[in-house]
Write a protein that binds this ligand. Structure first.
Ligand code: SF4
Length: 693
């Protein structure tokens, strides 16, 4: 590779910040500002700035590992690939194709996610594929599909935020998760707009807000219903908009009217005057937005909660209009693209549905297979992991670390250990990889080219900037080799552009239509928003703003979905009187598999902690830094106390990036949303105990 700067994108979150990478003479890689990319205009958080450290980390895997006599030992590629092919073949022969599971990740490029879905369905013939993105945005996706007929995280570019009159940010701490995005909200306020943050913690994001509401975890649904009640009661419904552009208002209205403000105050803990002030701030300006993130979405009623926030937008005419709308802040780097191209249990490329005969026929033709040979929808992520060792005997896992990131993680760790065979592709020996029978070392972001789709629906080209170390192969090469060994010699190219060309054809005519996007365009333009269909020799510009003329429903109208408050799956009681909520810190990313390998990030965020209110700390007799135990019905985690007035006294918070005794997901509740199958990461009942030394 040349020693010149390559414009590319960060490997971590869904902002997909632009950056330049330059190989240095000493073999390291320098990150420099890339001001031309409008999402971050050169700004990067510490994770992005230090991302190259993982490329040259001393704990990086540089050789395949195979289990021998109980331990993982280095092996050649042929031996490792043969072992995986044998393991999967044996399972398939003895137990049928659905006994082979495949688990992907929201960090995989579009090309990898597409190929993984095709590999599962064409090579293994299994329906059992899902990915960790299910834990990220599935409730918002389900809510968006119900209301708008389409799921794209943001239906407008981030650059629209400062032009809005008011933004309600629900359950997002983007000052820590996506720091460069904060400037859009700063500009919003500089332009005279207002920011309302809804979060049980006084986060760094909440500190920027004009109004901060602190509801009990798990009550966002009631809160949204209470606001809609007030909108109706105060005559603020946009009747013309509701008449012209929506359907189903009467039922949604009736459901909201059962949630009078005093009732909502009792459920949420948010005082009625704050509810009224929120409605005033949201309804006064011409334009307004609601943006949700994991707080309201990672609940066993996440889909209904999203529907309630969308209902508020629809009733006030704040959707499908300039600088107004509902959006979801997707979390993982390719959480958006990863859910569009087939690694989700119920989907085919182009956001087509696996149970739609026309979709199956279209994709089967592109793949050169009989539509009847394609399996049907499989289990969702948690259900798939929970079936390991029982119905599912072998697992191929790519780009995920569920031993840390899945709910009820100790149970999932046991399920993984009970597998007949586990193969993992990763860059380091993650806690999940350490349990594998075969581990394959694969290339990282800067060592390969591929596309991702950021939280705005903007398809981006992440370019290769350096050559991978010897002994490492790409995930595409791995799937090519495995397909070959399993009897499918064609259809699994190793060149990402070739895969993308096939993805374009597979997505053509689907909801997430990429057919008008090419690598060449992506190299010349700063990303292209889908849908971008091919139209007879006419270059489609892409679609930065959705729904301005019509929604993606058969009649073009958005749908109200009538929803009502219900309790979280596990309310506090005498034995477990406190609520636990979980989340992220600025210096770590997801399960920490990459960021925990970066010294600078570890120095900033060395380990887990339990954030708690001084009143709760006093009851326990715990001082700052004292170890405290958090105990749920599923297990116990211990971490130092971090005492702050910025959390409700009935709630504790733990970040989930670590393994070991401070693993937050030991505690979390896998109760699933009935529609999205999202686990309830954000609220479960616990007790907190002082730890005697
Ligand atoms: Fe990377 Fe996200 Fe940080 Fe941007 S905000 S540098 S994309 S981790």
């Amino acid at each position: 590779m040349q020693n010149t700067a390559t414009p590319t994108h960060c490997p971590y979150c869904a902002l997909q910040c632009g950056m330049n990478l330059t190989p240095a003479p000493d073999g390291t890689v320098e990150v420099s500002e890339r001001a031309d990319f409008p999402v971050n205009r050169g700004a990067l958080c510490g994770k992005g700035r230090t991302a190259p450290a993982v490329l040259s980390s001393r704990v990086r895997l540089t050789s395949p590992l195979v289990r021998s006599g109980g331990t993982l030992v280095p092996a050649g590629w042929d031996e490792a690939l043969d072992r995986i092919a044998e393991g999967l073949s044996r399972t398939r022969a003895e137990h049928g194709p659905d006994a082979c599971g495949v688990f992907g990740g929201g960090g995989l490029t579009n090309e990898k996610a597409y190929t993984l879905g095709k590999f599962a369905r064409v090579v293994l013939g299994t329906s059992q594929i899902d990915y960790n993105g299910r834990f990220c945005m599935s409730s918002a996706a389900a809510g968006g599909m119900k209301a708008f007929g389409l799921d794209r995280g943001l239906p407008f570019p981030l650059e629209d935020i400062p032009k809005s009159g008011c933004v309600i940010l629900v359950g997002s701490n983007l000052a820590e998760t996506m720091p460069p995005s904060l400037r859009f909200f700063t500009e919003l306020r500089e332009n005279g707009g207002t920011l309302i943050v809804i979060d049980p913690r006084r986060t760094k994001t909440a500190e920027q807000a004009d109004l901060h509401l602190m509801p009990r975890p798990g009550t966002d649904l009631a809160l949204a219903l209470g606001l809609l009640h007030l909108v109706v009661a105060e005559g603020l419904v946009d009747e013309e908009y509701v008449r012209e552009r929506t359907a189903g208002w009467e039922d949604a209205r009736a459901a909201a009217m059962a949630h009078w403000p005093e009732y909502v105050e009792r459920i949420t803990g948010v005082p009625v005057p704050q509810l009224r002030e929120t409605v005033r701030m949201f309804c006064e300006p011409e334009t307004a937005m609601v943006l949700t993130a994991r707080g309201p979405e990672q609940q066993s009623k996440g889909t209904d909660t999203v529907s309630a926030w969308i209902n508020l937008c629809l009733a006030t005419g704040r959707a499908g209009r300039p600088y107004s709308g509902y959006g979801c802040l997707t979390g993982q780097g390719n959480g958006q693209g990863g859910r569009e191209h087939g690694q989700k249990a119920d989907q085919l490329p182009g956001y087509r549905k696996l149970d739609d005969p026309a979709a199956r026929a279209h994709v089967a033709e592109v793949w050169g297979v009989d539509p009847d040979s394609l399996p049907g929808p499989g289990r969702s992520a948690y259900e798939l992991l929970d079936a390991l060792g029982t119905d599912i005997k072998s697992l191929l896992l790519m780009g995920s670390n569920p031993v840390v990131s899945a709910p009820h993680a100790a149970h999932i760790e046991e399920r993984i250990k009970s597998l007949d065979f586990l193969a993992v592709c990763d860059v380091v020996l993650s806690e999940t990889a350490a349990l594998a029978d075969v581990v394959l070392p694969v290339t990282q972001w800067a060592e390969e080219t591929g596309t991702t789709t950021n939280l705005e629906g903007r398809v981006l080209l992440r370019r290769q900037a350096i050559t991978a170390p010897d002994g490492i192969r790409s995930d595409l090469e791995v799937m090519h080799e495995l397909a070959d060994r399993l009897g499918v010699e064609k259809g699994f190219p190793t060149d990402p552009e070739e895969v993308f060309e096939e993805l374009r054809r597979a997505s053509a005519g689907g909801p997430a239509d990429y057919s008008g996007i090419t690598y060449r365009r992506l190299a010349e333009e700063n990303g292209v928003f889908w849908p971008c269909p091919t139209e007879d020799m006419v270059v489609h510009p892409g679609t930065p703003r959705l729904f301005l003329d019509r929604f993606a429903t058969p009649d073009g109208r958005a749908r109200f979905v009538p929803v009502s408050h219900r309790a979280i799956a596990e309310e506090p009681d005498e034995e477990y009187p406190v609520l636990l909520t979980t989340g992220r810190v600025v210096a770590q990313y997801q399960s920490g598999a990459q960021t925990r390998r970066v010294d600078e990030l570890n120095a900033a965020a060395p380990g887990p902690f339990v954030e708690l209110h001084p009143r709760l700390a006093e009851r326990l007799g715990a001082a700052e830094g004292d170890p405290v135990a958090v105990v749920s019905r599923r297990g116990r985690a211990v971490a130092p106390a971090r005492i702050t007035l910025g959390i409700r006294p009935d709630t504790v918070f733990m970040p989930f990036h670590w393994y070991g005794e401070g693993r937050a997901n030991t505690l979390t509740n896998p109760a699933l949303d009935p529609t999205s199958r999202m686990p309830e990461f954000k609220a479960c009942a616990v007790r907190v105990e002082a730890v005697k030394s």
